[in-house]
Design a protein around this ligand. Structure first.
Ligand code: BGC
Length: 396
């Protein structure tokens, strides 16, 4: 396969992060409470102080040459009490979004990236009760009223399967349940919440592209014997929600991190038997071909434009990141050459940040964070990505 790849002229290069992982002092959400209960390796605390330092982040993305910046809005800041919206927070986000625009970047906005306001959890128990779909719609309505004109691409929710599995089956995320019935209800309510928002947005601003992001895993059976079963797992994990919102999304938003080669044995229902030739600091296998496979699969199934809204790795020493980006983009370029409509690539993440239960140890940033001074320092891979963006491709 040739390693010289040119991307389409309007290809959207970007970076991504989320509110709770970078803003700092998000004291009014369920993750903050979860951290105080000692359920995470670190507490988010000041995080990257991006609430105050967002201009530095935007500057870094602008210098990188990005055409797009993905961020999320913090529901607990916008609506700190039920139906009580904070004009201060809304004004803040307006400034943030205007600043991104001023720098020539498109605003890709996620409405919900996992953290819920405390009042909502206390009074309505979060996703497990149907009321949340209406509260979510209400929040969406407010965002549209106040900030709608400052949003270029709208993601209602980030990777619903992840908080569902971890919040309702493994108990690693809030609300810390292991209850398939609640899982089922929460899932239904997430789907409903998205559908309601989609309709609302389309009524108000039909031209605004709307979708969700999916943690799109590349599943493979270890042997042909397991093909059928692995297909079932894949259909469930990657597609069961996407299928339900098939007619309520304008694009497929892919977050690609994982390859899972699955085998089965009698002692355990299934196990992952990746070769793991190269792994990130979190032990996640680096498997660039997977990005091609999932893009191909998404295109075949949904025939909608595709955005890669997250792709990256934990790599504190920046040993693999440049090569990781190069290899993933070579595979992505191949998909584009084959006619798959991929409209953009967003690297996760611009800066190191609060990695949920894992705290601050995993370093996903193109820029290194010094949390004692809050200084952001570009790693070599930042300059590598900059080169790619400048050339709109990989020349060598
Ligand atoms: C999430 C991010 C997270 C990243 C790396 C994605 O699934 O959207 O919030 O930091 O993975 O684990």
């Amino acid at each position: 396969m040739s390693d010289k790849i040119r991307f389409p002229s309007n290809f959207l290069w970007g970076v991504a992060y989320s509110s709770h992982q970078v803003e700092g002092k998000n004291i009014n959400n369920d993750w903050w409470e979860w951290e105080q209960k000692g359920k995470t390796k670190d507490k988010s605390g000041e995080a990257c102080d991006s609430w105050n330092r967002y201009q530095e982040d935007h500057q870094l993305a602008q210098d990188l040459g990005c055409g797009g910046f993905r961020l999320s809005l913090e529901w607990s800041r916008i609506e700190p009490r039920e139906k009580n919206f904070s004009s201060k927070a809304i004004k803040h986000y307006r400034e943030v979004l205007e600043d991104i625009k001023k720098r020539g970047m498109k605003r890709v906005v996620t409405l919900w990236h996992w953290s819920l306001p405390i009042w909502l959890v206390k009074k309505y128990s979060g996703w497990q009760r149907r009321e949340i779909a209406f509260l979510f719609e209400n929040y969406c309505q407010k965002v549209l009223d106040e900030l709608g004109d400052e949003i270029d691409i709208f993601i209602t929710m980030n990777e619903p399967m992840v908080p569902l599995n971890n919040g309702y089956l493994t108990a690693k995320f809030p609300p810390g349940k292991k209850n398939p019935l609640l899982y089922w209800q929460a899932r239904k309510n997430m789907i409903l919440a998205h559908q309601k928002c989609y309709q609302l947005i389309k009524k108000r601003r039909n031209e605004l592209p709307v979708g969700i992001t999916t943690l799109y895993v590349f599943f493979e059976p270890q042997s042909i014997w397991w093909k059928w079963l692995v297909k079932k797992i894949e259909n469930w994990y990657n597609h069961s929600i996407l299928e339900k919102i098939r007619n309520q999304q304008d694009f497929v938003g892919i977050d690609y991190y994982f390859h899972s080669r699955i085998g089965f044995k009698f002692s355990s229902p299934f196990f992952i038997c990746n070769e793991n030739k190269k792994v990130s600091d979190l032990g996640w296998e680096i498997f660039p071909q997977g990005i091609y496979e999932v893009a191909k699969d998404a295109w075949k199934r949904y025939q909608k434009p595709i955005y890669i809204f997250e792709n990256g790795l934990a790599d504190k020493e920046d040993k693999y990141r440049s090569k990781f980006i190069q290899d993933h983009l070579i595979w992505l370029g191949k998909a584009i050459q084959e006619g798959i409509k991929i409209k953009g690539y967003f690297h996760w993440s611009l800066i190191d940040n609060f990695e949920w239960t894992q705290g601050f140890e995993p370093c996903f940033g193109l820029c290194e964070m010094d949390y004692s001074t809050m200084k952001r320092k570009p790693r070599p891979s930042y300059f590598y990505y900059q080169e790619i963006i400048k050339n709109n491709g990989i020349l060598k």
